[in-house]
Design a protein around this ligand. Sequence first.
Ligand SMILES: [Zn+2]
Length: 153
Amino acid sequence: MNIGRIIKQTRKNKKLTLRGLEQVSGVSYSQISKIERNENKPSDQTIYKLFTALGLDTSLWQNTERHSNKETDIQSYTRFLVLSRDNFTCQLCGHKAPDIQLEISFIVSPNNGGTFIGENLITLCSECNLGRKNFIKKHGIKNDVLYINNNNR
Ligand SMILES: [Zn+2]
């Protein structure tokens, strides 16, 4: 897991400077800077402080990691950024964590030339993801609602 990239990306998304994050998290800006460059392996307590200050849910992160399924080759930080972008909400049914379990799915699977980058990834709840996979098995990827939307963009 590349924790440095997650923290840096989220900090920039929130338009926070290192000093700004220092103020809200209580972690010194020089340490944050080292963590972001992966020169310093932060303790669990420091991660907790930074995640809380950035509005990131540490328990959700761990749950998502533990329950990851076939899409396990998606890197942890990418998975997390996709969850953040999708506001921890299933993009099909609109349910949110922690009521349901979220998964990251490919819009176009790697077997069909899909990539591992954010624009080909989407947050789905486990039920929608399973339903979608069964649908694709039965009707083919060409009829998949996400695949069609992606092509129409
Ligand atoms: Zn759903």
